[in-house]
Design a protein around this ligand. Structure first.
Ligand code: GLC
Length: 434
């Protein structure tokens, strides 16, 4: 496929998934609006339709809770054949809740970065500035919510209360913490995610039991932030989410400066995060960043793509970045092409005993992860490697289509077809090449 054909095909996917107000992550598998999907989709949309990119962001913000939280799934069009259905969450009528049904969890905050990228390249400068002024206080309110609700102790790192909040639902990073949970009174449920995708490519039955159990606990607590933080059986400072938040704070700081807003609060978040990444998340022996499990009071020593993701935040020193790249990302036993896999960047290190080549976030390559790491590599000056991963990502979507994830061994298509962020980020990667 030529670049022009690829660009056209990517735009077609977004068009087919477009409901008019928001773009579905995948036509059949994910028929509602998802949080980090929306931001990643908007990053792609801005390369050819800036007003549509803004609309995607405004739709996401329409689901914001009155306490500032932006939920991970929004159901503006009501129920579908997707599970969980809106009622499962029991978020309606909460005093701090949303205006229409949403989930009660959140997701990685790519939003501020999307807003900055949309604004940076916009040619209608006045409209763009008006857009930034409109959304800025809402994005800031979400970041404030993160620190108040998920870091009440002021460590500088925010915590997740459910694996779905990480966006990497069944990552090997969560297995140990989940296995400590005693399952009782799991709400009754019926999975619908095998309707369009093969079962062996989806999270295991055991993982689902934990996912449902946690939702049951939290809806009983009426999604009240203080109760959730103090009682959540799963409470982890996730490296990837914190890396995304740090990058988002850098972008918010730039936007705030441009529109004349005070920024010392955001600078404070960034200073604290830099320190906490070093003191709590960095593992000097391994040369990797690990999540921190607050309930077990210890790091989660799993080698996954998240351990490299601080590159995207810009927080590591150049020598820390060098260790991530030289010892891990470029290591064929872990993330680089070699005898056990041809494609960057498997979601779990290939030499991990928990690696599963076809199962969701436990091995396959995801285009958003490649995109985060490519941005990080460019920040630290690793342009050659960034180019290689860009070319490989484009090769994957050219040969296997815009699917949800790919087999690192041979690039085979996995998961849902017509996956929006695979298409949207292809558009962004192509625009960087030209
Ligand atoms: C899955 C993914 C999550 C994504 C959602 C919609 O739950 O794990 O990251 O946001 O699907 O695409």
């Amino acid at each position: 496929m030529t670049d022009t054909e690829l660009r056209y095909a990517a735009m077609q996917v977004l068009k087919e998934n477009d409901t008019g107000n928001f773009i579905k992550p995948a036509y059949r598998q994910y028929p509602h609006q998802w949080n980090w999907d929306a931001a990643l989709i908007a990053i792609g949309l801005r390369t050819y339709d800036v007003p549509r990119a803004r609309k995607e962001i405004l739709s996401l913000l329409s689901g914001q809770w009155s306490d500032g939280m932006i939920p991970h799934i929004l159901y503006p069009t009501g129920a579908s054949d997707y599970f969980p259905i809106p009622d499962f969450w029991r978020t309606e009528g909460l005093p701090h809740g949303p205006a229409y049904p949403t989930s009660g969890l959140t997701q990685p905050p790519v939003l501020a970065t999307a807003v900055r990228l949309i604004h940076k390249d916009a040619t209608d400068k006045d409209a763009s500035l008006a857009f930034v002024k409109e959304v800025y206080p809402k994005v800031l309110a979400w970041h404030r919510w993160f620190y108040a609700a998920r870091d009440p102790e002021g460590t500088g790192l925010v915590a997740i209360i459910h694996p779905w909040e990480s966006g990497m639902d069944n990552s090997t990073r969560w297995s140990e913490a989940l296995s400590r949970i005693k399952l009782e009174n799991v709400p009754s449920y019926q999975r619908k995610d095998f309707q369009h995708v093969r079962e062996e490519e989806r999270p295991s039955a055991q993982d689902y039991e934990y996912f449902m159990y946690l939702i049951g606990r939290y809806r009983d607590l009426q999604w009240e932030p203080e109760a959730l933080y103090s009682k959540a059986p799963f409470l982890i400072q996730d490296v990837l989410l914190n890396a995304i938040l740090a990058r988002a704070n850098t972008d918010l700081l730039m936007l705030g400066t441009e529109i004349g807003e005070p920024t010392t609060e955001i600078e404070g978040w960034l200073d604290k995060a830099r320190e906490a990444f070093n003191e709590r998340l960095w593992n000097h022996e391994e040369g990797l960043y690990f999540d921190y499990d607050l309930r077990a009071a210890r790091p989660v020593q799993q080698n996954t793509c998240a351990a490299l993701s601080p590159l995207y935040s810009g927080l590591p020193s150049s020598s820390q970045a060098q260790r991530l790249v030289d010892e891990h990302l470029s290591n064929p036993d872990e993330y680089a092409p070699g005898p056990n896999g041809q494609y960057y960047i498997p979601s779990t290190s290939k030499n991990s005993p928990l690696f599963e080549a076809r199962r969701y976030w436990r091995g396959p390559v995801w285009i958003n992860i490649n995109w985060f790491i490519i941005q990080g590599l460019r920040t630290y000056g690793y342009h050659d490697l960034a180019d290689v991963i860009t070319k490989q990502s484009l090769e994957l979507v050219s040969k296997s289509g815009f699917v949800e994830y790919f087999d690192t061994r041979d690039g085979a298509p996995l998961g849902a077809e017509g996956f929006s962020w695979s298409a949207a980020l292809t558009l962004d990667l192509l625009s960087e090449l030209t």
